[in-house]
Design a protein around this ligand. Structure first.
Ligand SMILES: *Cc1c(COP(=O)(O)O)cnc(C)c1O
Length: 455
């Protein structure tokens, strides 16, 4: 096979990585430790063990470069992994670019996004530690679907607090979670103290990821047989996702390619981490490769936020982390890429951005949907609104290459498909979609409420 005639590169079951890559082993500056929201001091493993199993807490702080993937997890991965790597021939032709564009397609599992890559190991580690139920939040619904399926695999119960605006925008996501046996609750709800507090202030609150996280954490903290599970942001989640980049590297090797630039959208940072970290490992060794995280203009965590300690959630129950943030009570406008509406970002990705190893870009949703539709019409896959942020940036890189007459190699992560997001496409086609900018004033005010820690 050569890069000139390749449309896709497939690998076999035996090529599924046996280990995840832990970038903490190689980063020049490590992220700051987590702090307890109660004491303002460094969070102890004991505090974290109220909501997480010990194995995941150990992974969170591990500095081992390679961490073994358990056999049972690898077996489940084999249902949809290795995922295909495509060359975007149709898109290249449409753009008339000398750039070669590749994408790793993570929508090939039954829940339609990369999130199942971490849902399965998280459910597994909780199961073997004797936990009966997992609680979690979901924005657009992809994470909730993934965890519902993973819990179902391992015979566990699953409770999903779903951001209210998405609950109504995406009723079929809710049905999907129920199909896999989960209980789905619109958030804010009146089932938790955090939910009730929000509703008392604003009965019409459409919710946010920060609020839903508070509800799910409270549920786990107040039930012995229940743990909490997070679909992004945390170090162990980013590490589980590195199978994406590890596979992509192998696939590109088969056709003797190496990317000049890797691109992924960024909500909490996990699909970006998953694709980019294995390439950044080479960058730490002197290789010349760029990595771009793409975020929505309505929630511009990296491009407009501050690098500071902040709570992971609105009700200040989740650990405090140093990250790029717009403030824990910043509630972004209800844009269609629900999975990118998080006020903060992965502490590791934040540190890498702070240290200049990666770049960030923000786009408005109209430019993003224009790219999504062009991609659908040239590649035949309807992309998730979140993933379409990466497509927009990949297109712009390809157009720059055209202007410069450069043979650039571009790799992006197609983190999921958009077949549950047709309402969003409908908005776009009917001309009702608007570019909602973030409110600088609101963010400025939110940033005055950052916590003080004993650092
Ligand atoms: C959740 C989601 C994202 C954003 O989350 P990250 O942790 O930043 O990857 C991106 N794309 C899809 C399809 C998602 O479901």
């Amino acid at each position: 096979m050569s890069k000139n005639n390749v449309t896709k590169v497939l690998l076999n079951d035996c090529d599924i990585p046996r280990q995840w890559y832990n970038i903490l082993a190689d980063m020049p500056n490590k992220p700051a430790p987590y702090y307890s929201p109660r004491t303002g001091k460094i969070a102890t493993p004991d505090e974290l063990s109220a909501i997480f199993p010990m194995e995941l807490i150990m992974q969170e702080v591990s500095t081992e470069r390679w961490v073994d993937i358990p056999g049972e997890v690898r077996e489940m991965y084999a249902q949809w992994r290795p995922s295909p790597l495509y060359r975007a021939k149709g898109l290249e032709k449409k753009l008339d670019t000398p750039a070669r564009i590749y994408y790793k397609y993570e929508g090939v599992n039954s829940t339609g996004s990369h999130k199942l890559n971490t849902a399965v190991p998280q459910a597994y580690y909780n199961k073997v530690s004797g936990i009966k139920r997992l609680s979690t939040e979901t924005g657009a619904g992809q994470w909730g679907s993934a965890l519902s399926l993973a819990c179902n695999y391992f015979g566990m119960e699953c409770t999903v607090y779903m951001v209210k605006v998405s609950y109504h925008q995406k009723p079929y996501r809710r049905s999907l979670m129920q199909t896999f046996g989960a209980e789905v609750i619109p958030s804010p709800s009146n089932l938790t103290n955090s939910g009730r507090a929000i509703l008392a202030k604003d009965p019409d609150s459409t919710g946010s990821l920060g609020i839903a996280i508070s509800e799910a954490v409270e549920d786990a903290a107040t039930h012995d047989d229940t743990n909490y599970s997070l679909g992004s942001v945390l170090n162990h989640v980013c590490m589980h996702q590195t199978i994406i980049g590890l596979e992509a590297k192998k696939q590109l090797e088969v056709i003797d390619e190496y990317p000049d630039v890797v691109i992924a959208c960024c909500g909490g940072g996990s699909n970006f981490a998953g694709l980019a970290f294995p390439f950044l490992a080479d960058k730490f060794n002197g290789k010349n490769v760029r990595a771009i995280a793409v975020e929505p203009a309505a929630c511009p965590t990296f491009t407009k936020g501050v690098f500071a300690f902040d709570y992971g959630d609105t009700a200040q129950m989740a650990p405090i982390a140093r990250m790029y943030t717009l403030g824990h009570d910043f509630i972004p406008e209800g844009i269609h890429a629900g999975g990118l509406r998080y006020h903060g970002a992965s502490p590791i990705v934040s540190q890498l951005y702070h240290d200049g190893f990666i770049e960030a870009l923000a786009y408005g949703q109209k430019a993003v949907f224009e790219a999504a539709v062009m991609f659908a019409r040239t590649e035949g896959i309807v992309p998730a609104p979140e993933s379409s942020h990466a497509i927009r940036a990949a297109i712009d890189e390809a157009l720059k290459a055209k202007e410069a007459g450069e043979e650039k190699v571009i790799l992006f992560n197609l983190s999921g498909h958009g077949y549950f997001d047709m309402t969003a496409y409908d908005y776009y086609f009917s001309g009702k979609m608007e570019d909602v900018d973030y409110s600088e004033e609101k963010a400025k005010e939110c940033i005055t409420k950052l916590p003080k820690v004993d650092a």
